[in-house]
Design a protein around this ligand. Sequence first.
Ligand SMILES: [Zn+2]
Length: 343
Amino acid sequence: MNELLPTSTAGSLPKPSWLAEPEKLWSPWKLEGEELVAGKQDALRLAVEDQRQAGITIVGDGEQTRQHFVTTFIEHLSGVDFEKRETVRIRNRYDASVPTVVGAVSRPKPVFVDDAAYLRAQTDQPIKWTLPGPMTMIDTLYDAHYKSREKLAWEFAQILNQEARELEAAGVDIIQFDEPAFNVFFDEANDWGIATLEKAAEGLKCETAVHICYGYGIKANTDWKKTLGSEWRQYEETFPNLQKSKIDIISLECHHSHVPMDLIELIRGKKVMVGAIDVASETVETPEEVADTLRKALQFVDADKLYPSTNCGMAPLSRGIARGKLNALGAGAAIVRKELADA
Ligand SMILES: [Zn+2]
């Protein structure tokens, strides 16, 4: 990146109310057919414009073309039956009715590549595209075929790698894999989760990131967080192996969370997307609060490796609040950028 402290969001932004019901996950589309295609593109352009106005450096699509960060990708694969549903416990936290893996999984055609090319055409800024990570994908399914979480994860890693290579060819600068499951299944993450993630990123020349968080600000997540005690040390379990991995950037939650900031030291040498915006609160941060979080992070990450970001996606928030938080992120990073330039 040319600019110091390049800002970006973790991924999702709220959708306009004419496209999908606001402040809700898995919200159904309000349009159909060609109108839906055009509506998604209009929403993507608005998301890009909001990021431009906020001075965000690395632009994303705000995930405007997908209903959910994991499900929409899986919907495009064969081998998964969305009619055949089973109730499973997601990330050991909440029950959800999920589709069933009924046969060998494969990707008959590209999933997000046209959307990424559309985003590429909207901006000259660097762009980032998010995909679910293999372990988070298997955790959102009932597997009646492979009957092995590890085996299914390797299959998904292969599919993700096909998609990622085509996204790179479409002009994506950073491909980010979302792996909130790394904060729950530590043994599996270390045994094969990080290895499958590296497989998903294999051979890419663009930068790669992994986003590990404590989830959206929805009730199941906030209830879970109450059980984690006063210090959240989950990152400690996977960071040593992630530090040794081939992934370039680690995206983590910082602001207002109970994560001790010195855990960032465990990934010294990596670029770090530091969450300086709390997505579980409707209070809009001040630029000074954002700057303060970034200054603290600078104790553990070199300035040229600090990427200010949000703790997680902002999909469930209102558009006004999300826009306020975007502006605070841009302005807060600008304060610290100036301090570094003056120093
Ligand atoms: Zn997240």
